[in-house]
Design a protein around this ligand. Structure first.
Ligand code: GTP
Ligand code: MG
Length: 449
């Protein structure tokens, strides 16, 4: 049922000073009154201090509750937020008491889902709520806040109304076909269509960067064995994740770790040293390395320090791929005076002294996030596959409309394609309530959101 009362813990379970429990839906206030003997809905949006009790009148905790009458609440329904002490007992007892008093346990993302269904936010904003919660780097949080603020929604809504405008122009043409030149000059429609196609293409062009920002850029450390890749990996992460030994061929598997550099999300990968080997496990590891190098957004090409001759020569292999590459000369501490410090030859780093690590992080961010890193405020763009699929559908529909707009074309058919393009955008923003879309969007949410 759409508005049946639901409840859930909105904060992570476990030891904490405070926990927040939410209750939303029809009858929420009556249910709250069964758990709070002194319950009063007045004044709303104000914290009340009160005892919370279970069905037997046993004290659960003394805490705060706040009443948010719908529709001006997060979910758009009558909603009560309880803040109680955290830990393993109090929040669970409070939720149980609310369940016993008539609420049901909320499904993942159900509060936000209701916010969408009640028009408190659109689907893109709901996705942004999820992204904000899942953000591990500040740049991700910033982009999510921007989307939550409606930036992307506005861009798509504008596009949709531009589409409907053209459709209306066509409709005029269809209704008054006898007028030879037509009341609407074909050139005017053609011009508008070109503009629409440009706008769709520009939005689609934001998808790779947006998706990379959500997922994190894949950055792969690669190079000959024993040059210090795993040591650099650990130094960049600030923790001992990969095994380091003085023996060549230490790393066999690719090791991936999620981290952030200067507020940008990075998936950092340490790989097995690139060399021909007799050892089967090492050979397989080298195969992995090559695949990661292929897929990487940025490769850190690790070269032995000047003193360690004979470990050069793997650059050609790394540079033949497309995408960003940072050349790094390792173990700068070994022979600092003898090293040529020419910037063009690459960065000098030392996992032991920390030299060059900040420069390396900055170079990686520049390559991985390019213009986004220099833009103070991110332009709202696409961030998910779902967005890309919808925009691609709109693009195809516009393309199909084009031939129907010329002299011998069928204006009715053109209007049909435009409608299809508009519908693609509507499904994206959530103007239409497609249950399947909702399910997909909220599947990954946490309970209580
Ligand atoms: N002096 C100095 N030694 C380093 C530095 N980084 C790594 N080493 C040493 O170099 C050796 C190899 O280091 P690893 O980090 O295991 O090298 P690797 O490139 O991961 O090696 P494989 O996994 O075998 O490909 C170890 O003995 C490290 O202690 C550094 O910055 N300075
Ligand atoms: Mg290693």
């Amino acid at each position: 049922m759409l508005s049946d009362p639901i409840t859930a813990l909105a904060t992570p379970p476990g030891r904490s000073a405070l926990a927040v429990v939410r209750l939303s839906g029809r009858g929420a206030f009556e249910i709250a009154a069964r758990v709070v003997p002194t319950y009063t809905p007045e004044p709303p949006r104000t914290a009340h201090l009160a005892n919370f009790v279970d069905g037997d009148g046993m004290l659960i905790d003394r805490g705060l509750y706040t009443v948010f009458p719908g529709p001006a609440s997060y979910s758009g329904e009558d909603l009560v937020e309880f803040s109680c002490h955290g830990g393993f007992v109090v929040p669970v007892r409070l939720v149980s008491a609310l369940l016993a008093a008539g609420a049901r346990a909320a499904l993942p993302g159900e509060f936000t889902r209701r916010a969408v269904l009640h028009g408190r936010m659109d689907l893109l904003q709901a996705e942004a709520v999820g992204d904000l919660i899942d953000a591990t780097a500040t740049a991700q949080a910033r982009a999510a806040l921007h989307q939550l603020d409606g930036g992307l929604s506005r861009r798509l809504t504008d596009l949709r109304s531009a589409l409907l405008d053209v459709e209306a122009l066509l409709g005029y043409d269809i209704d008054f076909p006898e007028e030879d030149d037509g009341p609407v000059a074909p050139a005017r429609i053609a011009e508008r269509m070109t503009d629409l196609q440009d706008r769709v293409a520009r939005l689609l062009a934001t998808a790779p960067a947006g998706e990379r920002l959500r997922a994190g850029a894949l950055v792969v450390l690669a190079g000959p064995p024993n040059v210090g890749k795993s040591s650099l990996f650990n130094a960049l992460l600030g923790s001992e994740r990969a095994i380091v030994t003085a023996t060549s061929g230490t790393t066999r598997d690719a090791i991936e770790a999620a981290t952030e550099f200067l507020g940008w999300p990075i998936r950092l990968v340490d790989t097995a040293g690139l060399r021909e080997s007799e050892d089967e496990a090492e050979q397989l590891g080298v195969g992995f390395s090559r695949r990661f190098v292929e897929a990487a957004e940025v490769v850190v090409a690790c070269e032995a320090a000047g003193g360690e001759a004979g470990k050069r020569g793997s650059y050609a292999e790394l540079e033949s791929r497309r995408g960003g590459i940072v050349r790094v000369i390792m173990k700068a501490d070994l022979s600092p005076s003898r090293l040529p410090r020419v910037p063009a030859s690459g960065l000098h780093t030392s996992a032991f002294t920390g030299e060059g690590l900040d420069e390396l992080k900055a170079s990686i961010v520049r390559l991985a996030f390019g213009e986004q890193a220099t833009l103070a405020d991110l332009e709202p763009g696409l961030t998910r596959e779902r967005h890309r699929i919808a925009l691609t559908r709109a693009q195809t529909a516009l393309r199909e409309a084009m031939p129907q707009l010329s002299g011998r074309g069928d204006a009715v058919l053109a209007a049909h394609h435009l409608r299809d393009a508009a519908r693609a955008l509507e499904g994206l923003v959530g103007v239409v309530d497609v249950d399947e879309v909702l399910d997909r969007v909220f599947r990954s949410f946490c309970v209580g959101k």
